[in-house]
Design a binder for this molecule. Structure first.
Ligand code: URA
Length: 450
């Protein structure tokens, strides 16, 4: 890479496009000028599309990635919760199937005395979204204005909302453009997109859950690790404590997939029950959040404290309080039937005896989208009631005709299509495969750790 360049006296987008096309390192001023001009509508989509494609093909240096993140972050409001005495710590996942950890972690970590100001997203592609899951709770409002978000946070210690128009507006525009120009898949652009939104939350620390495997956007561990390193480095350059865990998404997390069903599983976990993989990941992520927030000296201590907060019922109580503060029906906690229910169910059964050898996790997520649990197009609404309950996980023994999954559906045609995709996605072999670890790696400033 060449030396950092100075910005021309008069900013011309075409020069920035050419410089990136030719593999030069852009200066902070060039990046700032482009992001600002695009956000305020002074540069057209076609020029920014060309620049985005040049970034996809040429990549970015760490300095450019930090500069882009910073420009996007300061394109809008940066929340300031410094008047609150508690540390502010959040968690972000790069997206998966059945990944409902955010709904467990916000109340769990708040119960330990840390503030969790969580700004989340909707489902993307085959992956589920935290906002869609929360909205399965009747009345739950994810569109709190910033003043109410602050009030909820001060009262309860956690609050969960969607991105407001004031937060990282550059990312809103850039993300929509990337979605339709084949420029989503760049670790540099993904890093800037995620980190600009997370750093706008006014947090002190961030735990990143970077998924890898057949249900993740980063299928290969080396790609997940590059993204994790970029995000950790970028966050740290901006004075935040950041850690990234590379975690497994080669099969759905937990057993329930679909918005209301996932809320049921969250309540199970907060009651001290629920699937082992989901519980283990939640406790581990919580352990890191507690350590970054200074409540625990080590991750192991944080994990132990989190388990106690679940068994004492304090985490579930925080969840109840958060639901009430955000206008939701907290009675769902004791009565699942208050959550949206699909009209019918049907089962996918095993065609043979054997062991579950693998699951095409992305296709299982797609089956949920087909049922109506996610969006085929941006403007689609989701059906909160539909989804899939898995009865088996990878490595489990199955007998012929034993149920592998139950489909909760409202449309018989969609159920048939989803059932066929699920049965193709679950492979059965003669022996249990080697177990994949749930947590592959932990990446921190100090380097890669296990
Ligand atoms: N999630 C985001 O917020 N941004 C990306 O670019 C990809 C996933």
């Amino acid at each position: 890479m060449t030396d950092r360049r100075t910005v021309p006296a008069k900013f011309r987008a075409v020069d920035v496009i050419r410089n990136k096309r030719d593999g030069q390192e852009l200066s902070r001023e060039e990046i700032d000028a482009l992001v600002h001009a695009y956000t305020v509508g002074e540069v057209p989509d076609y020029q920014v599309s060309a620049w985005l494609m040049a970034v996809v093909l040429r990549g970015m240096t760490r300095g450019e990635t930090a500069a882009l993140t910073d420009s996007m972050l300061h394109s809008g409001e940066v929340l300031d919760f410094s008047s609150m005495p508690q540390k502010k710590v959040d968690k972000h996942s790069t997206g998966g199937v059945g990944d409902k950890t955010s709904l467990v972690l916000a109340p769990l970590v708040a119960a330990a005395g840390i503030s969790v100001p969580m700004i989340s997203g909707r489902g993307l592609g085959h992956t589920g979204g935290t906002l869609d899951k929360l909205e399965a709770i009747p009345g739950f409002n994810v569109n709190l204005p910033v003043a109410e978000f602050r009030r909820a946070l001060e009262t309860c210690g956690c609050a969960m909302i969607g991105q407001t128009p004031e937060i990282a507006p550059a990312d809103r525009k850039l993300y929509a453009l990337r979605d339709v120009t084949g420029t989503v898949e760049s670790p540099y652009l993904i890093c800037a997109s995620i980190m600009s939104k997370k750093l706008a939350e006014g947090i002190d620390g961030l735990v990143l859950d970077v998924k890898t495997g057949s249900g993740a956007f980063m299928k290969k561990e080396k790609d997940a690790a590059l993204l994790a390193e970029l995000m950790v480095e970028t966050g740290e350059r901006m004075g935040k404590q950041v850690v990234a865990l590379i975690t497994d998404m080669d099969q759905p997390l937990g057993k329930m997939i679909g918005n209301a069903l996932e809320v049921v599983e969250v309540i199970e976990i907060l009651r001290g029950h629920g699937p082992e993989d989901l519980r283990e990941l939640c406790l581990h992520l919580a352990g890191w959040m507690l350590q970054l927030g200074g409540v625990s000296k080590s991750v192991a201590e944080g994990t132990q404290l989190s388990a106690q907060l679940i068994s004492s019922g304090r985490a579930l109580e925080k969840f109840r309080q958060m639901i009430e503060l955000q206008g939701g029906d907290a009675k769902v906690i004791n009565d699942n039937s208050r959550l949206p229910q699909a009209k019918r169910t049907t089962q996918v059964v095993s065609p043979t005896d054997g062991f579950i050898s693998c699951m095409q996790c992305e296709q299982i997520g797609t089956a949920c989208v087909i049922l109506g649990g996610g969006r085929e197009r941006k403007e689609d609404s989701v059906d909160p009631a539909v989804g899939i309950v898995l009865h088996k996980k990878v490595g489990d023994r199955v007998s012929i005709h034993e149920p592998l999954a139950t489909i909760h559906y409202n449309s018989p045609e969609r159920a048939q299509e989803a059932a066929s995709l699920i049965s193709k996605s679950i492979q059965i072999g003669d022996a249990a495969p080697a177990k994949r670890p749930l947590i592959h790696r932990v990446i921190q400033k100090s380097g890669d750790q296990l």
